[in-house]
Design a protein around this ligand. Structure first.
Ligand code: BGC
Length: 762
């Protein structure tokens, strides 16, 4: 295996000698070729007039200090500067931008300070975390990935950009494109789940949505930031911020492709991850940030650190002090430092001492200025700052309709025994039970700076709006999320007994997923399980609605309920969208973007695992095979799973034969809906390379298609496989493809048989 080229601390630490070597190196020449954006002459002239301190200021990004900014509240590690002090820093050219600020008025004041009172009048850039909507909140990104619909993801990202830019935001710290295969890790909520192909497709769609299709100068375009580079999702034990030690092959096959897809879609920026990567923190990882990103991929945008990422090099045990941390991060390739203030504090001294070359400083500043140029900020620094648009462009009827559509299309029907769903809109007494059925709380998800639960619609409201007689609907909490409610179970059982149907909403609070929210048990908290047992014991038909930021483990009465819907955190229109699906106003059409394992101890579990030398064939567990004592090496509900209100069957596979070099192979299956309701089926094509010089996963998703089938309708679904679809990273670390036998499945999930066959690659 090729080892990453790693610059040792020592080599980077010591002054001019090392710097001179770096400056003269072919790597640097290449780096410049790949990434030194030519600035318009006037901006280049501006750069030439900047003092070293002003240059370091351009490379400094701070949480907005206005009235206790959102950023500091979210992540109080550092900071706390008051607003007047911050304005002063702007006037002195010591800040290049701020993030997670508070709207157009703040942006106007700060931009005025930069444009009227600073020496060189370089506009500020305003950044923010607009992860899944601004004031209109869309489903959490993991849920939305379950739509398997990049067009939907692009449309919601577009609306997020329209709303956010109206409040002055130029640059979005999204999309998060980390592949996440361990459900203990709480940040999976922000990404597209466990699969590489789905991750790539969603990354591209979200970048296109945020940046728009009219170029970044458009006043409603915001620069995207692919994050967190790289392999943040591979944290050991699913513990956020923890060590990552994965092979270069896994990086190239699994963790890099969504970033490459984001760059193919022209993502303007990328954020270095918090984690270390096989001993070298990503924030100071020159192999990652320069060799791969710049030289190999020719990325010419901006690299920003994560929040105090450079500061954390000290706790990583990689930098001795602040000064060294700044130097290591900067020389490795982090152009802009978020929130530590280390660049403004230390780069001038480091340049003065000859430990950081001016050329590198200029290169990084050029990238910041180039981004500001691309965003049109030099033409009109106030182009996105418009208090009128800020009021009128948010939460419009169309945006809320899209939020409802997106939420509906993110709901996964896991189980529907006896066709319990959809429910009739009249004639039945319905008891809504559980801590998630009523109240404007726990609706939008863990990562919203600007959205609010107070603006979102709950389940009770959604259901009462749809049924013919709202008086037949009752609601009881029954339990808190992590603690029992006095008398809660009794009240819930009484409500269940008085009803014909129970809808039980249980799961995780929004605080249980997201950043720093790792879990050792990915099940539903015990008090809610007790509630579920008691309600199930009434014998009433029970539908379970899950609220969650990750793939869950389901147990007892929750697992055994006849109908289960995965409803994640769905955003502003959570309740109405869930009601739409419950009552069949629209059928469920989403599929799981992450597998639901049988038990937490299986984590990290993902469908695209290897076969091992001792696979357990399907069926009973056999001795000395790869499985747990308590669970198979499989999921309870696998990636790709999701039912419809139709009755879907797969038949008539076409696909045997040989795929010739340079040729194509058509594979097809017939998908039939023999049910009495329209259904949207996500038809999935999986492949296994049976024998190769690098062992291959048991299945890999190669394509999918959403097909709408009326009752009784059949459709022939055709995919085209090309040689390039079958590449993997070979022993020499280069993409390769090897002739031989392949299995293929056209199937409704990663674990379902669907229709299966084989082909040969010549
Ligand atoms: C997160 C980033 C985020 C940043 C700024 C960090 O804690 O890891 O994803 O963009 O804060 O809010």
């Amino acid at each position: 295996m090729t080892q990453p080229i790693q610059i040792t601390r020592r080599a980077l630490m010591i002054g001019a000698g090392a710097v001179a070597a770096w400056a003269a190196s072919p790597a640097r020449a290449l780096m410049q070729q790949a990434s030194d954006a030519a600035l318009p002459p006037a901006i280049e002239a501006l750069l030439q007039r900047m003092s070293v301190e002003e240059k370091a200021g351009q490379l400094t990004l701070m949480a907005a200090a206005w009235a206790g900014s959102a950023a500091n509240a979210l992540n109080p590690t550092q900071g706390g500067a008051n607003y007047q002090q911050q304005l002063d820093e702007v006037r002195r050219g010591r800040i290049g931008g701020v993030f997670n600020g508070n709207g157009a008025e703040m942006a106007r004041q700060m931009q005025q300070a930069a444009m009227r009172e600073s020496r060189l009048k370089v506009p500020l850039i305003f950044a923010a975390d607009v992860i899944h909507g601004f004031r209109t909140v869309f489903p959490m990104p993991l849920a939305e990935a379950g739509s398997f619909d990049p067009d939907l993801a692009e449309r919601t990202a577009r609306v997020a950009a329209v709303e956010a830019t109206a409040a002055g935001i130029d640059w979005n710290f999204a999309p998060m494109v980390d592949v996440a295969r361990d459900q203990r890790w709480g940040r999976g909520v922000e990404g597209a789940g466990e699969d590489v192909l789905l991750g790539r497709i969603m990354a591209e769609a979200r970048v296109r949505g945020f940046q728009g299709r009219r170029g970044l100068t458009a006043e409603d375009a915001m620069a995207a930031c692919a994050k967190h580079f790289a392999a943040y999702g591979a944290a050991e034990g699913g513990l956020d911020y923890n060590t990552v030690d994965v092979s270069e092959r896994t990086l190239r096959e699994v963790y890099f492709p969504p970033f490459q897809a984001a760059f193919d879609a022209d993502a303007a920026t990328v954020m270095a991850a918090f984690n270390e990567l096989s001993g070298v923190p990503a924030t100071a990882n020159r192999w990652l940030l320069t060799d791969v990103l710049r030289q190999e991929w020719r990325f010419d945008g901006l690299v920003v650190s994560d929040y105090t990422g450079d500061f954390e090099l000290i706790d990583h045990g990689f930098a001795a002090d602040e000064r060294e941390a700044a130097k290591l991060a900067f020389l490795a390739g982090v152009d802009m430092s978020m929130q530590s203030g280390f660049y403004i504090k230390h780069l001038p001294g480091l340049v003065e001492a000859g430990e950081v070359p001016v050329a590198r400083l200029d290169q990084a500043v050029r990238r910041v200025l180039a981004l500001k140029v691309k965003l049109g900020l030099f033409d009109d620094p106030f182009r996105r700052i418009d208090p009128r648009r800020e009021r009128t462009r948010v939460r419009t009827r169309a945006h809320l309709q899209l939020a409802r559509e997106a939420a509906r299309r993110s709901i996964v029907l896991l189980k529907n025994d006896g066709d319990l769903l959809p429910l009739p809109r009249s004639g039945k007494r319905i008891a809504l039970i559980g801590p998630f059925v009523q109240g404007q709380r726990e609706l939008i998800g863990p990562w919203n700076v600007y959205g609010s639960d107070a603006d979102a619609v709950d389940l009770l409201t959604g259901v009462r709006d749809l049924v013919r007689d709202p008086a037949l609907v009752t609601a009881v909490d029954g339990s808190g999320i992590e603690e029992a409610l006095p008398g809660g179970i009794e009240a819930a059982v009484a409500a269940a007994n008085a009803a014909d149907i129970v809808v039980l909403a249980v799961g995780e609070s929004q605080g249980m997923s997201g950043e720093a929210q790792s879990r050792t048990d990915i099940g539903i908290p015990a008090p809610q399980l007790a509630l579920a047992e008691a309600v199930a014991a009434t014998g009433k038909p029970m539908i379970v609605l899950l609220r969650h930021g990750r793939g869950l483990v389901l147990e007892g009465a929750v697992r055994d309920a006849p109908a289960i819907l995965a409803t994640w955190f769905l955003g502003s229109m959570s309740g109405p969208a869930t009601a739409d699906i419950l009552f069949g106003m629209e059928g469920p059409s989403a599929r799981l973007p992450v597998s639901f394992p049988h038990a937490t101890g299986q984590q990290p579990y993902h469908y695209a695992h290897k076969n091992t030398g001792r696979p357990n064939p399907t069926g009973p567990r056999q001795p000395y095979k790869a499985h747990y004592r308590e669970a198979p090496n499989a999921a309870l509900y696998p990636f790709g799973h999701g039912l419809t209100y139709g009755r879907i069957a797969y038949s008539a596979l076409e696909g045997g034969g040989t795929l010739s070099a340079g040729g194509e192979l058509t594979v097809a299956a017939t998908v039939t809906n023999s049910g009495s309701r329209e259904a949207v089926e996500v038809v999935q094509l999986y492949v296994q390379d049976v024998t190769a010089s690098i062992t291959r996963p048991v299945r890999e998703l190669k394509a999918f298609r959403r097909v709408t089938l009326k009752p009784g309708q059949s459709e022939r679904v055709t995919f085209t496989l090309r040689r390039s679809d079958l590449t993997f990273i070979g022993q020499d670390m280069q993409p390769t493809v090897e002739p031989g036998r392949f299995r293929l499945w056209i199937a409704p999930s990663a674990q379902a048989e669907g229709v299966a066959g084989e082909f040969m690659l010549a």
